[in-house]
Ligand binder design. Structure first.
Ligand SMILES: [Zn+2]
Length: 156
């Protein structure tokens, strides 16, 4: 008797899942058998000072982990922007290190070098001037808003 292909796949998946479940159950029972006597005998021997150090170490490890995740995220954000450019994290546009000119980050990621045009003041509220920069590439259509704090010069 030949089984249809989808049924055969499902059957194999079911058998593997059942086997892994049984293995997990056996391991968890074994772990419970081992850890309970360990906790009963070792726990009373742990002093408050050791517990404090354990907590501090755990806090340090968690802090390190959080920093690592943040660092990976930052690295990923910068990925794709080629060397010689820095991404302005506030506006999102790329700044050429050598000239200080603004370029489209989206285009740079796609290996296109498109200098932004515009920079016209769109609004001026409180102490912030908002400039709008646009990408020349039609299919990109990227635009960036740059906020610049206005420095007021008082004249006598
Ligand atoms: Zn672009």
């Amino acid at each position: 008797m030949r089984l249809p292909e989808p049924l055969k796949e499902r059957l194999i998946q079911g058998i593997i899942t059942g086997f892994l479940g049984a293995l997990g159950y056996a391991l968890s029972m074994l772990a419970a058998d081992v850890t309970l006597p360990l906790i009963d005998h070792v726990w009373p021997a742990v002093t408050r000072r050791t517990l404090l150090w354990l907590c501090l170490t755990l806090l340090l490890v968690l802090g390190g982990f959080a920093w690592w995740v943040w660092w990976l995220h930052q690295k990923e954000e910068m990925a794709g922007i080629p060397k010689g450019f820095t991404q302005d994290l506030k506006s999102g546009m790329a700044v050429e290190d050598a000239t200080g000119k603004f370029f489209c980050s989206r285009c740079l990621i796609q290996k296109r070098k498109s200098q932004l045009y515009g920079g016209l003041t769109t609004s001026r509220e409180r102490n912030v001037e908002t400039h709008a920069w646009h990408c020349k590439v039609k299919e990109c259509g990227g635009s960036y808003l740059q906020m610049i704090e206005i420095q007021r010069v008082r004249r006598k």
